[in-house]
Design a protein around this ligand. Structure first.
Ligand code: CMP
Length: 148
């Protein structure tokens, strides 16, 4: 992934999310975005993108070498996704709790992955796992003209 953008002032107050291809194709994007807002997360940047395989590889480069990497990048480039930057105090941790465990079968009832996920790969949404990655991931998808 490219170097960190000049976006550090929001460090700790933003997270990055994607509605994954299967959830978008199933018509869940509107419901998922509404649920995100209900959870107190403010959408401060938003777009629909169909990633190329190369772009998906770059986004998930931290997982290179993991057994699920090939399947992950094929899936994430299989159809359009919704990408968004969300603002809230303690955004990364709160959003990870709000979406539930990576495996929808283990996600708490009422969480986004519990409601809309199918399996570990098709788990409805992505959520950044650290403040540093939130800044990197937001910078990967949004230029300075497209975000506050
Ligand atoms: P995401 O939050 O987008 O980050 C990496 C993704 O890899 C994860 O969600 C899962 O959808 C996917 N994945 C597939 N298999 C695994 C696995 N065994 N462990 C962790 N992540 C996995």
């Amino acid at each position: 992934m490219p170097p960190l953008p000049i976006f550090m002032s929001m460090n700790g107050k933003i997270t990055f999310t994607m509605v994954k291809p299967s959830a978008h194709a199933s018509g869940y994007s509107g419901k998922i975005l509404a649920k995100i807002e209900e959870g107190g997360f403010k959408i401060i940047a938003l777009k629909l993108v169909h990633l190329t395989k190369e772009q998906a590889c770059m986004f998930y480069d931290v997982h290179i070498g993991r057994p699920f990497y090939e399947e992950l990048v094929n899936f994430m480039s299989s159809g359009p996704i919704i990408a968004a930057i969300l603002q809230k105090e303690n955004a990364v941790e709160d959003f990870r709790k709000y979406i539930g465990a990576t495996d929808p079968a283990k996600a708490e009832p009422g969480t986004i992955r519990n409601l809309y996920g199918k399996n570990m790969g098709e788990n409805a949404v992505h959520g950044s796992d650290s403040d540093e990655n939130a800044v990197r991931e937001a910078g990967f998808f949004f230029s300075s003209l497209e975000r506050p």
